[in-house]
Design a protein around this ligand. Structure first.
Ligand code: ZN
Length: 198
């Protein structure tokens, strides 16, 4: 017996989520079918109102319920250091370390000639404007260690050169708890060149 059409639609919708294949989507769909009506409506309402309720901070591009996020709001006691990240979730990942007390700037994408993502898509003018307005003296580039992350970092470094900023990039090296046996040559070479004083 085939699945009813609406169940197929539900499974297909769930499969749009990253990492969810047919088997997982089927499991989620059958779980949802077992929920009572009010629970389904509650979850559907949260999903439906997401575009209106979750906004991008007008300053840094991070996720917020208001026009400005809590870090960019007037009166916020953050340092005048700017940490540049690719995506909104990166802000939360760095905040969770409790090791940074400055501001953020979300690019929203990484430069990728293959995917036709150029400097216009990451709005460099907005970034330069913020650096001037906030009198930023130090910038931390916190982008992926990938071809796109490296390309974007190099591009930003060139942009920042005339601005006389103190620019650094997150260190690359051995993952915590890793053994040499499991580290590839590229990672090891980067860890060697970016070694820190001990
Ligand atoms: Zn913000």
């Amino acid at each position: 017996m085939k699945y009813p059409l609406h169940l197929l639609k539900l499974i297909d919708s769930l499969k749009r989520l990253p990492g969810v294949g047919t088997k997982s989507a089927e499991r989620f769909a059958f779980e949802m079918i077992s929920w009572d009506r009010s629970k389904l409506i509650e979850v559907a309402h949260i999903i439906q109102t997401t575009p209106d309720q979750l906004k991008h901070c007008h300053e840094c591009g991070s996720l917020t319920d208001a026009t400005l996020c809590t870090l960019c709001k007037p009166g916020s006691s953050r340092d005048n250091t700017l940490c540049i990240v690719a995506m909104q979730r990166d802000v939360f990942a760095i905040e969770a370390t409790h090791g940074y007390s400055g501001l953020y700037h979300v690019l929203g994408a990484l430069l990728s000639p293959l995917e036709n993502i150029g400097p216009d898509q990451i709005d460099i003018e907005r970034l330069k404007r913020r650096i001037a307005e906030r009198q930023i003296r130090e910038v931390i580039i916190a982008l992926d260690s990938t071809l796109e992350g490296d390309t974007t970092s190099l591009y930003l470094k060139e942009i920042f050169e005339p601005l006389k900023l103190n620019v650094s990039r997150l260190a690359f090296g051995l993952p915590m708890g890793s053994s040499f046996d499991y580290v590839d040559g590229g990672t090891l070479a980067r860890a060697l060149s970016a070694r820190a004083t001990y």
